[in-house]
Design a protein around this ligand. Structure first.
Ligand code: IFM
Length: 472
């Protein structure tokens, strides 16, 4: 395949990104879209020959999901993809990020392929392209095949190859039409929340040794999948990963605070699964992260140069999922110290402090450290909004999006390459261990009737996208 500069031909990316942007507008070709994940919207849990995922199994057992619900039907997107593609088109968006359910295309995780499962994604991609919407396919957004979990899951030595097989099957089928590939969504969550704190499926608390084994295998899987995508894709692929992108927000403009904030979450100060550097240093710099000059987790794991070379595959851009960030100041010796938010600080219904400035700083600090252009692959807010008289007014969501987009504009004006903004999420959906209570959507979804009603924010976002940000 002919070589070219990263992103040069990404239909959604303007070449100006690589020559310094400046200005206060969004560049031509900026991606305006929404993001979803398979498990949270598809339903159809046993339709079309789909196998079970660890989330299917966990949600069948009581106690894991706060409201006792499950995602057997969710938003029934499996049976309503045309209607949902029409919703996205109705907002005039040019990008849609979705995930491929691994057990839908490979019911046992490896081996036999479900043609019906693949056919569903075929139809989805066609429905998007017919409406001028670029598909962004995430290969794994947490719904790990249960059969592979029983064989050791991410702890199994074969797990990197299993993931690469999944990637290969999907790429062989869809890469004549899909260019944008995202390997994982938020490794922090499926590894840290899934295997260490045990608050997400597979709901296990394995301790640090097993966490690092799973983390190493997942990073190898990412590397092998990147190779498989680049080797097999029929259209020139753009490869990425979507990471939790909390960043330190400097408590003051003092250089010491800015320097401390730039390290927060990227240079490891203590063991914690949410550190971006734990995943991105091997992936984007080809080095194992250190803490006080020693390899992180060295008491648990050894990672060879060959492993690092596999993990370290070039990415065309880095996906940042941004929701909140702490304020950080320089403590003794310049060490990053968190400054707690006051009780009165505005928060989402999740309790997450709202601080849009963190999106600017995340863009800056991740770009400075890793040098990849940035795509905001998620950003959104849980509000307790309600349908009343057939409509949902959600001015807080509008203000949330507006304030975050202004921070992207600030980043662009500083010459930082931001390729697009994919709002989380299209419609109210199944929010993992929280169940259906959280409402993150631009479109309200009644999960009993499956009636979709665009909220006020959907019309507002549509107008911003239509004018390429000029109406902000
Ligand atoms: O719903 C999740 C999504 O699956 C991953 N990122 C955060 C979102 C909101 O919690």
């Amino acid at each position: 395949m002919a070589s070219r500069k990263p992103c040069e031909e990404l239909c959604l990316v303007h070449p100006g990104y690589h020559t310094g942007m400046g200005g206060t507008t969004f560049p031509d070709g900026f991606a305006w879209g929404v993001a979803t994940s398979a498990f949270q919207i598809e339903g159809g849990w046993q339709e079309g020959g789909k196998g079970l995922s660890v989330w299917d199994v966990a949600t069948e057992r009581t106690g894991f999901v706060k409201d006792g619900s499950n995602a057997r039907v969710a938003c029934d997107h499996f049976n309503r993809l045309e209607e949902d593609a029409e919703l996205i088109a109705g907002m005039g968006l040019n990008a849609y990020r979705f995930s491929i359910s691994w057990p839908r295309v490979l019911p046992e995780g490896v081996g036999a392929v479900s043609l019906e499962g693949l056919g569903f994604y075929d139809r989805l991609v066609d429905a998007l392209l017919a409406r001028g919407i670029q598909p962004f396919a995430t290969l794994f957004h947490w719904d790990y095949p249960y059969d592979l979990f029983k064989r050791g899951g991410w702890l199994a030595a074969d797990s990197p190859a299993w993931f690469a097989e999944h990637a290969s099957v999907v790429v062989d089928r869809l890469s004549d039409r899909v260019s944008n590939w995202i390997t994982f969504n938020e490794p922090q969550c499926f590894l840290g929340d899934g295997h260490l704190s045990g608050v997400h499926a597979p709901f296990v608390q394995l301790g640090w040794r097993a966490f690092f084994e799973a983390q190493r295998n997942a990073l190898l899987g990412h590397g092998l999948a990147c190779q498989a995508i680049r080797q097999r894709a029929l259209r020139e692929p753009l490869v990425s990963i979507a990471t939790c992108a909390a960043a330190g927000i400097p408590a003051t403009s003092d250089a010491a605070d800015v320097a401390a904030a730039s390290k927060w979450g990227l240079e490891i100060q203590q063991l914690a699964a949410w550190h971006g550097g734990l995943y991105l240093d091997p992936i984007l710099r080809g080095v194992w992260p250190t803490c006080d000059g020693r390899p992180v987790g060295e008491e648990f794991i050894e990672v060879s140069e060959v492993d690092l070379a596999t993990m370290n595959q070039r990415l065309d851009y880095l996906g940042l999922n941004y929701y909140t960030s702490p304020r950080v100041r320089a403590g003794r010796g310049g060490v990053a110290e968190e400054l707690p938010y006051e009780e009165s600080w505005p928060r989402s219904a999740f309790g997450w402090p709202i601080n849009p400035e963190g999106l600017y700083w995340a863009t800056k600090f991740y770009y400075e450290r890793y040098g990849s252009p940035v795509m905001v692959t998620e950003n959104g807010i849980w509000l307790d909004d309600k349908l009343a008289d057939g409509r949902v007014d959600d001015p807080e969501r509008i203000e949330f999006i507006r304030s975050h987009l202004l921070q992207i504009r600030r980043a662009l004006a500083d010459g930082l390459p931001v390729l697009g903004y994919l709002h989380w999420t299209l419609m109210d959906n199944f929010e993992w261990a929280e169940g259906f209570r959280p409402r993150f959507g631009l479109v309200s979804c009644d999960h009993a009737t499956q009636r979709r009603v665009p909220k006020t924010s959907a019309a507002w976002f549509a107008e911003v996208a239509r004018t390429n940000g000029a109406t902000l």
